[in-house]
Design a protein around this ligand. Structure first.
Ligand SMILES: [Ca+2]
Ligand SMILES: [Ca+2]
Length: 294
């Protein structure tokens, strides 16, 4: 009797095992196609790394020590004469032209007017975050620098930062060099280049794009015979009709790109060839690295 039950039990088990592969095939058909369900991870990453700034060019300022520099050029135009040594206190100046990215952040934060109008052509070629801000009036530039706790450089500060203390005519020396700065002469950029794209256009103090890229507003009212007065820390007249513009631009054609050339423009003028950088007196907040040890 027991023997018979064992035989039955064995038969049932054998039938079950034999049926498994068939059941597997049937189940396989009934199972929907392979769909991977994303498992929530405890180490989920944010969509964007918020610690990385969108603006890749930092507001880096260069320290210009106190001392004399050679201002003007006797071989130049009437307003570049006479050349002479002028004393300046220490100051800081932006290593780069103010970028479109930095200026846009200022516009967003303050509601200041945008650097564009229906008269601006090729805006898409002028508005990358690392390109210099253009189409800014003197007042716009002044407002941006104040927002940053800085100010526009005086004409003398701009000139010393560009030429060094011994009066170079270009940041790299006393001879013009085609393609060394972004001008309208042959070079790889038809429009403003991202700041510091021309390593040769770097002054003895390491300030970029003083020869080219965009022309730059200075703080002073333009005065034709300003260089006759060799007083220290010149700031120009208290009022006037035109503000000073220095340096050449991506549209400047020909040899008139030397650093001593002085231009003037009404302060509310805006153009895609004009940008700016900011400065700050050494007593206005920042301290030179060496000051820490003294
Ligand atoms: Ca060019
Ligand atoms: Ca420039």
């Amino acid at each position: 009797m027991l023997d018979k039950r064992l035989k039955w039990a064995f038969l049932v088990v054998a039938l079950i095992f034999a049926g498994l592969p068939i059941a597997g095939i049937i189940l396989d058909i009934l199972t929907p196609p392979n769909i991977e369900v994303e498992q929530p991870s405890s180490e989920a990453k944010p969509a964007r790394d918020t610690t990385t700034p969108v603006e890749p060019v930092k507001a880096d300022m260069v320290f210009i020590p106190a001392g004399e520099f050679l201002r003007g050029y006797n071989g130049g135009g009437f307003d570049e004469k006479p050349e002479g040594r002028v004393m300046l206190d220490a100051y800081w100046i932006d290593r780069y032209e103010v970028t479109y990215g930095a200026y846009t952040a200022f516009v967003t934060a303050t509601g200041h007017r945008k650097p564009v109008s229906r008269y601006v052509k090729h805006f898409d070629k002028l508005s990358a975050p690392t390109q210099p801000a253009v189409y800014v009036s003197w007042e716009d530039a002044d407002a941006y620098c104040r927002y940053r706790g800085a100010r526009l450089p005086t004409e003398a500060e701009w000139e010393k930062a560009a030429r060094g203390s011994n009066g170079l005519l270009w940041p790299w020396g006393n001879q013009d060099k085609l393609g060394a700065a972004n001008t309208g002469n042959p070079d790889p950029y038809e429009f403003p280049a991202p700041v510091a794209s021309f390593p040769v256009d770097q002054s003895p103090y390491g300030v970029y794009d003083m020869a080219g890229n965009v022309m730059e507003w200075a703080a002073d009212w333009y005065q034709e015979d300003a260089y006759r007065d060799a007083s220290p820390n010149p700031k120009g007249l208290p009022t006037g009709s035109f503000k000073v513009i220095r340096g050449a631009s991506w549209e400047t054609i020909g040899k008139e790109t030397r650093l001593t050339i002085r231009l003037k423009m009404v302060p509310d003028f805006r153009d895609t060839t004009i940008g700016f950088r900011c400065a700050r007196s050494s007593s206005e907040g920042l301290h030179h690295r060496d000051d820490k040890t003294s």
